[in-house]
Design a protein around this ligand. Structure first.
Ligand code: FAD
Length: 473
């Protein structure tokens, strides 16, 4: 039957591309459905930070490391919240994935690997990224993928959005239904692989799965949770909704639009020491603003109502501090007082009203902070660097909040990436890889360096390279 493939891969992003490359190279007749008009998925947005142990690069640089050490280190950072089976599978195979990426032309920054970057550092140097972020990864995958598509070894269908997974009477998956430019079509295959990414661009699904976490999202517009929804429809199990860690922090350009997060706020004290203070919706400080650990700052923000914070400062700070958002250096001053999330007031009383926090608390918080500046002793939070009192009007606030770049929950699979149903049984012929498994499965309740992108690429590769079978079934 011409409408029959060995392998159907749904999605052509970080996990889907390697999956189709490896399956096609093993001789499979591959169909790849991609909702967007181009391949790449989140590789087009991601910072591209990947970790791996036991790589050729590490050996060349004299770094002694092993997957076991990487695994223990990742569990240390995540406080043992990474799924042990899939975590081990990802980390044991990350070295080979990394070596493969370099063998096809990927070049990280010369001095890499490093131990840390944006998140908690590893104990060893096993963390890399390239000048051009994840585009550097896409740039080496794309030509290989294109060649296989030209040779008709991968039948790539762009603008084709999978909507349903089809099962036969015995309960085995036999294909998918998708919206195509010719209407809804069915495609049949011996293996169906779901690599549709996360769901943090789908407000309804987000609110259903993580109702306590307000959505402020910086994600791919096709991260709509289609794979999770379709698999759930046929009885697949999922979890991970209870684990989440927000990223510190973002501002919504349009307060009612959770996808309008603007980039560029600089909170890392290693990059820009904070001159401001951060208060919650009670008008109280909640964290040592210059705490060197982003993990601690993120967890502190996670505990605040609505994961909201207000960055408070005065005219002195506005004039003398390095701009808090270098990307907006030229425009930010026009926003104060003219944008719902950027306030400017003549008095603290007016500022408290403008940002809707209790006036008494805000005034008390600022007076305590000013005393800490005067005495050089921040008794409440132990802040080390304080650059000046908050006393010169006008007073300013930027309303920010915890943001997400990933989706916490996802499909449950076994160690062969076969999707499990709610009775703990595998759904025959259905596999999944990438963020559709849930970010927290591989990174737990923390941001463990590189533990979303590298597992996505690795699992995609493993599926195509050895897990999927077509001749014998
Ligand atoms: C800003 C940002 C920075 C990040 N930085 C890092 C980092 O430095 N390190 C790290 O480890 N992780 C990082 N991540 C996370 C990581 O990049 C992602 O988890 C990973 O790329 C997801 O890969 P994926 O293959 O699961 O999904 P994607 O790469 O998003 O691919 C999914 C593909 O499926 C397609 N699709 C969706 N639905 C359908 C459908 N119904 N039918 C057909 N196709 C469909 C999509 O269009 C997309 O092409 C970051 C994420 C973001 C947003």
């Amino acid at each position: 039957m011409s409408n029959q493939w060995d392998v159907i891969i749904v999605g052509a992003g970080s996990a889907g591309i390697p999956s189709s490359i490896f399956a096609a190279n093993r001789g499979a007749k591959v169909l790849q459905l991609e909702a967007s008009d181009k391949i790449g998925g989140t590789l087009m947005l991601s910072s591209g930070q990947i970790s791996a142990a036991g790589t050729k690069r590490q050996k060349k640089m004299g770094i002694e490391d092993s997957p076991d050490e990487h695994y223990d280190d990742a569990q240390r950072i995540s406080e043992n919240t990474i799924d042990p089976v899939l975590g081990k599978l990802a980390i044991d195979n990350a070295g080979a994935t990394y070596d493969w990426l370099e063998s096809i032309g990927y070049e990280p920054i010369k001095s890499h690997p490093v131990a840390g970057g944006a998140h908690e550092p590893y104990l060893k140097r096993r963390y890399h990224w390239a000048e051009n972020a994840a585009i550097a990864i896409l740039d080496v995958l794309k030509p290989i993928h294109e060649k296989l598509a030209d040779e008709k070894k991968i039948d790539l269908r762009l603008n084709t959005r999978m909507r349903e997974i089809i099962k036969d009477n015995s309960g085995s998956v036999i294909g998918v239904k998708a919206d195509t430019h010719d209407g809804v079509k069915e495609f049949y295959g011996k293996n169906t692989v779901i690599t549709t990414g996360g769901y943090a661009h789908n407000k309804d699904l987000w609110n259903e799965l993580t109702p306590k976490i307000p959505l402020r999202s910086w994600t791919n517009e096709f991260s709509l949770g289609d794979g999770l929804i379709a698999a759930r429809e046929i009885g697949a199990d999922y979890d991970g909704s209870d684990k989440f860690l927000c990223t510190f922090a973002g501002v919504l350009e349009r307060p009612e639009d959770p996808f309008s997060t603007s980039l560029g706020m600089q909170f890392s004290p290693q990059v820009r020491e904070p001159w401001e203070i951060y208060v919650n919706s009670y008008g109280k400080r909640f964290v040592r603003e210059d705490h060197p650990s982003v993990h601690i700052r993120e967890h502190a923000l996670l505990k605040q109502p609505n994961q909201e914070m207000f960055i408070i400062f005065d005219e002195n700070i506005r004039q003398n501090a390095p701009c808090i958002n270098p990307l907006m250096e030229k425009t930010i001053n026009n926003k104060y007082g003219n944008h719902p999330n950027y306030s400017k007031s003549k008095t603290l009383t007016e500022l408290a009203t403008a940002i809707n926090v209790p006036e008494k608390n805000l005034i008390e918080t600022i007076s305590k902070y000013n005393f800490a500046v005067e005495t050089g002793n921040d008794k409440d939070f132990g802040r080390v660097r304080m650059f000046g009192k908050i006393e010169k009007p006008p007073f300013y606030s930027i309303h920010a909040g915890g943001i997400t770049v990933v989706s916490p929950a996802g499909l449950k699979t076994n160690e062969s990436l076969e999707v499990m149903d709610t009775n703990g049984k595998i759904i025959p012929n259905l596999f999944a890889a990438g963020e559709v498994l849930g970010f927290t499965r591989l990174s737990g309740s923390a941001f463990v360096n590189g533990m979303s992108l590298m597992p996505a690429i690795t699992f995609g590769k493993l599926l195509g390279e050895k897990i999927l079978h077509w001749k014998e079934n």
